[in-house]
Design a binder for this molecule. Structure first.
Ligand code: ADP
Ligand code: MG
Length: 121
């Protein structure tokens, strides 16, 4: 799909960051346009993981800390968090980058960190 064809708009609507001006979007059978901000925030946190083109990693967090971010706002135990982060970092093949800052990673490595962060929940 080409520039300006609506890719970003569609993804923002699917991810509950934006709302359609026309038409409706049902998520698990529920009309998203009728949800309030609190419900939408909860959905964004629990249902979606985003990998944006520019990665949006936190510059002064290392790989481990960046992957951990989505889990900071959950009630998952400390032990379980650590297990999930380690597992995800391994699955993406970036174990050896665990303590590296984004500035020390290549584009592809940064993308893996962003993917690990999107999937960790
Ligand atoms: N379904 C749609 N109907 C009307 N306008 C749209 C629709 N989807 C996107 N737009 C508008 O088209 C423009 C480009 O959309 P955008 O999502 O940024 O495209 P892309 O990411 O594919 O380059 C924006 O101004 C957006 O508001
Ligand atoms: Mg776009």
């Amino acid at each position: 799909m080409g520039i300006g064809s609506g890719k970003s708009t569609l993804l923002n609507i699917i991810g509950c960051i934006d709302r359609p001006t026309l038409g409706s979007y049902y998520l698990n059978g529920k009309d998203v346009s009728r949800m309030n901000q609190v419900t939408l925030a909860r959905l964004r946190n629990s249902c979606f993981g985003f990998v944006v083109q520019q990665f949006a990693l936190i510059d002064d967090y290392n790989t481990y800390q960046n992957v951990k971010v989505p889990l900071d706002y959950t009630r998952i135990s400390r032990r379980e968090k650590k297990k999930r982060i380690e597992e995800m970092i391994c699955r993406l093949g970036i174990e050896d980058k665990k303590n590296k800052l984004p500035s020390e990673l290549s584009g592809g490595q940064s993308q893996r960190v962003a993917i690990a962060r999107a999937l960790v929940k």
